[in-house]
Design a protein around this ligand. Sequence first.
Ligand code: HEC
Length: 92
Amino acid sequence: MKKLSLKNISAIISISFCIIFAISIIYGCKASQKVSMKTGAQLWAENCQRCHNTPSPSSFSPEQWETIGLHMQTRALLTDTEREKIVEFLKQ
Ligand code: HEC
């Protein structure tokens, strides 16, 4: 029976790291693409009703939505792009 040498083992380990790294890059890009393709309305529906009922766009003035967006961005853990899209939608 052939024993795996240390060289072989380290080659296997570095190849698996390369594969994991490649997969994470591919999936990472896919995930961010998905978010960037979402509309403000979609992001609003998905993120803003986790903690309370979704306030309708007409409940607040455009200026109020700007402030609320900044306030809720920290609560909902949104990126700047996501917040901008949601606030754009709510101001309409
Ligand atoms: C992690 C939980 C959480 C998420 C997610 C969240 N909110 Fe809130 N929201 C709160 C809490 C708690 C309050 C009340 C306290 C406060 O204003 O900080 C609140 C208050 C509000 C108010 C004020 C309601 C009123 O009648 O004065 C608005 C408007 C609002 N949120 C909009 C949003 C929008 C839009 C989103 C999506 C971007 C969102 N929230 C996401 C927790 C959340």
